[in-house]
Write a protein that binds this ligand. Structure first.
Ligand code: CO
Length: 214
């Protein structure tokens, strides 16, 4: 059997099991989505958001990219963020990195990987800010993991710099921002940083009023 055929067969049995447990399952699912969480995570296949948080379809709105970056010109991320915050009105935005992240590791090397260099450049900039702290660590694995943590913290701060988040904080005192790291070795999530709605941010990134179109 082809690998991709296995996925389609598994899908049939998954659908069947749902219906056996609850004949109304898909009627309910199709009606509306009211997730409380937006998840911005790494595209890594070993970090499936619903599975590691014990959540079901409909509970988490998900955006994933290489190394869970929040880049202020990324229309894909910004569109997901705007929809989640302004339309779905999520109460929590989670940036979840993971130890042993290949994107972070690649960014710490001097190897060229083609187009993705441009994406990983953002992580090199974070390394430059924390070079002394990272380089003080002996093992390479731990150095990567330290930068994984710095990266999550930086991306969470990037969220607070967006007008989408600042506007929502002002108008409905939500969402709260959470920076997490997932451990591939133990399957546990570590909480690194929380930013409450309305928190003080570096003043240069603060917008005092908003235009309609932003
Ligand atoms: Co990764």
């Amino acid at each position: 059997m082809n690998d991709y055929n296995r996925l389609l067969l598994e899908n049939k049995s998954w659908s069947q099991e749902r219906l056996e447990q609850d004949p109304e399952y898909f009627n309910k699912l199709a009606r509306v989505q009211t997730p409380k969480f937006l998840w911005i995570g790494c595209a890594d296949s070993r970090v499936p958001p619903n599975e590691i948080t014990g959540t079901k379809p409909g509970e988490i709105f998900i955006h994933r990219n290489v190394a869970n970056l929040v880049i202020n010109t990324d229309l894909n991320m910004l569109s997901a963020l705007q929809y989640a915050v302004e339309v779905l009105k999520v109460e929590h935005v989670i940036v979840c990195g993971h130890y042993g992240c290949g994107g972070v590791k690649a960014a710490m090397s001097n190897d060229s990987f083609g187009l993705i260099n441009k994406w990983l450049r953002n992580i090199k900039d974070i390394y430059r800010l924390h070079r002394d702290d990272v380089n003080a660590i002996k093992s390479e694995e731990d150095r990567v993991n330290k930068l994984v943590e710095f990266n999550v913290i930086e991306q969470l701060q990037n969220l607070s710099k967006t007008t989408i988040i600042q506007k929502s904080w002002k108008r409905r005192q939500s969402p709260e921002l959470h920076g997490w790291v997932f451990g591939l070795n133990d399957g546990l999530i570590k909480e690194l940083i929380n930013i409450k709605p309305g928190a003080e941010i570096d003043p240069i990134y603060r917008y005092d009023h908003f235009e309609d179109e932003d």
